[in-house]
Design a protein around this ligand. Structure first.
Ligand SMILES: *Cc1c(COP(=O)(O)O)cnc(C)c1O
Length: 409
């Protein structure tokens, strides 16, 4: 038994195909080794003045430099956080605080953002802000001109995610940022699904603030970062000591931050090869699952993350599909980890215009670099079998095939 009384699920005894990398990724060996080495050796407090503390400080600053380099930022523009959610909260609340001071209390975003963004916007509405959610089209993409049309004289922030965590669509970030620049509005992007997976460069992309999270690129959980362009005044979410240039109090998670930097460097170094491999497998999965009748891919076919496949199957419940796939050793999801467990259909699928019945029958496969062609065939075969099995006793499917209800897909 592992120390601390934690046990593995026991399911490791047979091969599991992990296809839920959008929920979290397995830590890379190099990131794990770094984390352990830091805990064993550089465990001092980076704020302490003696050598052991300063050694931890050096690790911290080296990580900041490496992370900044990976996204084209300068080290002073990186604030370490507890993850993507905190970075989203801090970015949005910082722009809102500035807006309030200037009498600009309007924010532009989209309906398919992560809940870390949407719920922060809900809280700001309570505090008197007005929020306009720009349409996400059927292909899962936001139109930059429509973002421009939503911007008003009193807009203090535009926040649009880089790549969607459910349907994987990659937004035209450069065009959106150009629109914001022209109107002199701060632009934040939740890039949690993009960083480490597709090229992200804050200068070329023209973003003012960007959120990222280590556990989505084979780093540890509970650590992430916020990029904030020089000149943007950040508002603290956590008050206390003067860590992170006074913008985020609390002794830094040095082992986690060092491991995050290693994981990101590794992900960037292997990005091209990984993306080519993932894209090939992704496209095979899409082609294979399309053979299922009354099924449809969610989101644009090519402008999507290399590792994302998301389908709707008419006449089934996504939850049952997931449980049966789990029995067959396939880890997948029906949407975001945050909404699974509730029976509400995904807000992302509703945002792209899927009706409730169809949105309920969704499957997200977010594959990782270790996936093989054989795994893909295995997934296709199992999804086909399980969908057909579930349709066999679905009352909705019976009505559809009897002509009592019209097929949508
Ligand atoms: C996972 C995720 C988050 C939250 O990140 P945490 O580090 O888990 O807080 C935010 N946005 C997107 C798009 C995500 O995929």
């Amino acid at each position: 038994m592992p120390p601390g009384g934690f046990t593995a699920s026991g399911k490791e005894s047979y091969a599991v195909i992990y296809a839920d990398n959008a929920a979290t990724t397995r830590m890379s060996e190099a990131a794990m080794d770094t984390m352990v080495a830091m805990m064993k050796e550089s465990w001092g407090n980076p704020s302490s003045l003696y050598a052991h503390g300063q050694e931890a400080k050096e690790v911290l600053e080296k990580a900041r430099k490496d992370i900044a380099e990976a996204i084209g930022a300068s080290p002073r523009e990186i604030i370490f956080t507890s993850g993507g959610s905190e970075a989203d909260n801090q970015a949005i609340r910082s722009a809102a605080a500035l807006g309030r001071k200037q009498g600009k209390m309007h924010i532009v975003s989209t309906a398919f953002e992560h809940h870390a963004v949407l719920h922060t916007l809900d809280a700001l509405r309570e505090e008197g802000f007005e929020v306009t959610l720009v349409d996400v089209h059927e292909n899962g993409l936001v139109v930059p001109e429509e973002v421009g049309e939503a911007i008003r004289e009193d807009t203090c922030l535009v926040t649009v995610m880089y790549a969607n965590n459910e349907i994987g669509t990659v937004q035209p970030i450069r065009e959106i940022s150009a629109v914001c620049r022209k109107r002199n509005v701060i632009f934040h992007t939740d890039a949690v699904q993009a960083v480490g997976h597709i090229p992200v460069n804050v200068e070329e992309d023209g973003v003012d603030m960007l959120s990222a999270s280590a556990h989505k690129f084979h780093g540890p959980k509970g650590v992430g970062f916020l990029y904030a362009r020089k000149g943007i005044r950040l508002k603290n979410l956590i008050e206390g000591g003067a860590q992170e240039r006074g913008k985020r109090a609390g002794t830094e998670n040095v082992p986690g931050i060092a491991a995050m930097a290693v994981a990101l460097k590794e992900a960037c170094a292997n990005m091209e090869g990984n993306a080519a491999h993932l894209t090939k497998i992704r496209d095979r999965l899409i082609a294979g699952l399309r053979e299922i009748p009354h099924a449809a891919l969610n989101g644009d076919e090519t402008r999507r993350l290399p590792g994302n496949v998301n389908f709707c199957f008419e006449g089934i419940e996504g939850e049952s599909l997931l449980l049966l796939l789990d029995d067959r050793g396939i880890c997948a999801s029906s949407g975001s980890a945050c909404t699974s467990g509730s029976l509400d259909p995904s807000h992302v699928l509703l945002a792209i215009g899927r009706v409730h019945d169809v949105a309920h029958g969704s499957l997200r496969l977010s594959i990782g670099e270790d996936i093989t062609g054989e795994d893909a065939e295995n997934i296709i075969r199992n999804v086909k079998e399980v969908v057909s099995y579930l349709r066999g006793f679905s009352p909705i499917w019976r009505d559809l095939t009897a002509g009592k209800k019209a097929f949508i897909l």
